[in-house]
Design a protein around this ligand. Structure first.
Ligand SMILES: O=c1[nH]c(=O)n([C@H]2C[C@H](O)[C@@H](COP(=O)(O)O)O2)cc1CO
Length: 157
């Protein structure tokens, strides 16, 4: 399973360590194509691929998005790039899971929360970071039951 993880970079890096922990949890279910989103050395200046610049980043990420089986986005910290990726993911009819911290004091955009359709696009609120593991487990095992054949997934249920 190929997983595209979205999280804020130039929108602000306040939740970077949380992204890294989510990426770690996602590795149980497949390959995370965008591991750099959690990387400590990437600041809010972004630019994880200096040689090719922004055009390279954009085109590479859209290629990965197209390749992905599922998109998981941490949407608490607002980010234009994440919103753009989500719009493309919907247009590509990808399975999408958005995670939002309801105790953050923020209110999620209606264009994300309102995209929930019970089929392809889901938004899950969590209060404490510790809940994310269970949210991911419920999502992946209910939407992709064949993953239960993998020992690292069945062992966690
Ligand atoms: O350097 C980058 N590398 C990169 O992969 N992205 C992608 C992945 C993230 O999910 C998303 C973050 O967008 P933004 O930088 O607008 O917050 O865009 C964004 C940047 C910087 O905009």
């Amino acid at each position: 399973m190929q997983i595209y993880f979205c999280g804020s970079i130039r929108g602000g890096r306040e939740d970077r360590a949380r992204y890294q922990r989510i990426i770690q949890l996602l590795r149980r279910y497949g390959t995370v194509l965008t591991e750099h989103v959690g990387a400590e050395h990437i600041s809010d200046q972004g630019g994880d691929a200096f040689i090719g610049g922004d055009k390279f980043i954009h085109d590479r990420d859209l290629k990965w998005l197209n390749q992905a089986d599922v998109v998981v986005a941490e949407v608490t910290q607002p980010s234009l790039g994440v919103g753009y990726e989500l719009g493309h993911a919907v247009a590509m009819k990808k399975m999408v899971l958005c995670l939002f911290c309801s105790t953050s004091g923020r209110v999620l955009s209606a264009m994300v929360r309102g995209a929930e359709n019970g089929e392809h696009f889901f938004v899950r609120d969590y209060q404490e970071e510790e809940e994310i593991e269970k949210v991911l487990q419920e999502y992946f095992t209910s939407r992709f039951p064949s993953l239960l054949h993998y020992p690292q997934v069945s062992a966690s249920v």
